[in-house]
Design a protein around this ligand. Structure first.
Ligand code: KIV
Ligand code: NA
Length: 277
């Protein structure tokens, strides 16, 4: 089982094999993703919310994202490893974008970085690609700038908005992105766009016409409290199971039934006799 390469996604697209991507933010999460056989692991800035408890992805820092990325790297070998560049770490200039992307590659060992939006992000993507670092684009709902998009809501539901999403996607492809994420757009928009996109397209709330799907690990496993987006499918309810486990431990401690004999260390008879003197 060799480590995945950037070109594997294009090969899967060409073969018509769906690409499976999931987020991870730590060592066990990466181990689980690899053991489950996913193709791409994204160290998403959604970790700002899922594991760091921020109210949006905006506050998370480069240092925090690098700590998460290093933990993920230690937990897996084979999947393609993509790192989100956080808000404020790449937008202002090509130099900033390249310097930040280089830091992620050097310090986390990621294979590629992901940045959000069209507009000036297109130039940043081209600059990072020119520096030899593969870039994944991200269009549609872009959480780092959700405020400007009218909140966490689907994008491209009017013809004008849909054209803007198409323009961004094509410009990012033209800038050399090896792949695109398209988030929270009507399925007919994604379907209409696909014939013009030659790079692998990973959807989240973009319907079935795309080349693969991504979900946030904590959403699909049900580690979250609170409401989930329409596109989330919940495959487990780990939060409840984790609470039940910790509550059972608490009850055992309070009842005096933990620790049991099997959880205790013994001592040779002679030694405990001396101790009693
Ligand atoms: O941060 C994240 O989890 C993401 C995916 C939802 C694409 O960007
Ligand atoms: Na993200």
């Amino acid at each position: 089982t060799r480590r995945a390469a950037i070109g594997d996604l294009a090969a899967k697209k060409a073969a018509g094999e769906p690409i499976v991507m999931v987020t991870a933010y730590d060592y066990p999460g990466a181990q689980v993703a690899e053991a489950a056989g996913v193709d791409v692991v994204l160290v998403g800035d959604s970790g700002a919310m899922t594991v760091l408890g921020y109210e949006s992805t905006v506050p998370v820092t480069v240092d925090e994202m690098i700590m998460l990325g290093r933990a993920v790297r230690r937990g897996m070998t084979r999947p393609l490893h993509v790192a989100d560049l956080p808000f404020g770490s790449y937008e202002a200039s090509d130099e900033l974008a390249v310097t930040t992307a280089q830091r992620f590659v050097k310090e986390t060992g990621c294979d590629a970085v992901k940045i959000e939006g069209g507009g000036r992000t297109v130039d940043r993507a081209a600059a990072i690609v020119a520096a030899g670092i593969p870039v994944m684009g991200h269009v549609g709902l872009t959480p780092q700038t959700a405020g400007a998009l009218g909140g966490y809501r689907a994008q491209g539901r009017t013809a004008d908005e849909a054209l803007a999403v198409c323009r961004d996607a094509l410009a990012l492809q033209g800038a050399g992105c090896f792949s695109l994420v398209i988030e929270a757009v009507p399925s007919p928009l994604a379907a209409a766009l696909m014939p013009r996109l030659h790079v692998p397209v990973i959807g989240i709330g973009a319907g079935p016409a795309v080349d693969g799907q991504v979900l946030v690990l904590h959403d699909l496993l049900g580690i979250h409290d609170g409401p989930a987006a329409r596109f989330v499918k919940r495959y487990d309810g780990l939060r409840e199971r984790m609470i039940d486990g910790v509550a059972a431990y608490a009850a055992d401690v309070r009842a005096g039934s933990y620790p049991g004999p099997e959880h205790q260390y013994g001592m040779p008879e002679a030694e405990s006799a001396r101790l009693a003197e």
